[in-house]
Structures are given as C-alpha cells and as structure tokens.
Design a protein around this ligand. Structure first.
Ligand code: DGP
Length: 116
C-alpha cells in the first residue's frame, strides 16, 4: 500500500479542507493556494500516486473524476464560459503531491495552455 498522503488525510476528514463533493470513489475540495476564482482538486479516495501509475482497474475512478469535474464546473457557474482540467504528473509535470489529483480551474480567462 502506498504511503499516506496529505490528501488521503483530507479524504478521511482528519485534517480540515473545504470539501465540495465526496462519494464512494472520489473527494473534491478547494485548493489551499487557488490560482483562479474556482480551483478545486478532485482526488481518488484510494491513493494512486501519479497518472503514470494507473491501471485498467482504475478506469471507473478516472471516469468519475472527470464526471465530477464537469458537474462541479456547472455548480460553480463556470461551465458556460469554460474552464480547464489539468493533471500534473511527476517531476517534469510539476507534481507536488504524490496522490493523483485533477485540478478544476475557472472563473477567469486562463490564457494559453503553456507559456512558450
Ligand atoms: P500539484 O502541483 O499538481 O501536485 O498540486 C498540488 C496542489 O495541492 C497545489 O495547488 C496546492 C494544493 N495543496 C497542497 N496541500 C494542500 C492542503 O493541505 N490542502 C489543500 N486544500 N490543498 C493543498
């Protein structure tokens, strides 16, 4: 079993977070350092360290993460103007927390995907 993470402690309610959704597979909470008016992290309840570690067994949770992102974007009122979902993977991807998470960002124009 992978090491415990700060996000699994949030999933279990052991440390405070602004949780906006939880179900049998995923938990969503507001990022502590928001980069946009809406910045929500959607994580699997069970630790998967990175996107590079997923297997066929994870397809249900990966699908749930995206569907919850779309539902939360609608709830947040950012769906009409649009938003971005992002997963950082390992060192070159800029991943800081090694518990897979999807960033949902919206509420302002986000510009180009990457700085050239
Ligand atoms: P990444 O670089 O993709 O690994 O993003 C990690 C994000 O997690 C970063 O935007 C800040 C956020 N974060 C780190 N620790 C905490 C925490 O304890 N609570 C919350 N809500 N967010 C956190």
């Amino acid at each position: 079993m992978p090491e415990d993470t700060i996000f699994s402690r949030i999933v279990r309610g052991e440390i405070p977070a602004d949780v906006v959704h939880q179900d049998d597979l995923v938990t969503a909470f507001r990022d502590i350092q928001p980069l946009a008016p809406t910045h929500i992290l959607i994580v699997p309840n069970r630790i998967i360290p990175t996107l590079a570690d997923v297997s066929a067994d994870d397809e249900a949770v990966l699908g749930r993460m995206l569907r919850v992102a779309a539902d939360l974007a609608a709830d947040e009122g950012v769906a009409r103007n649009g938003y971005r979902v992002m997963i950082n993977c390992r060192e070159h991807g800029g991943q800081e927390v090694y518990h897979l998470h999807l960033h949902l960002l919206g509420g302002r124009p986000l510009g180009r995907m990457l700085i050239r």
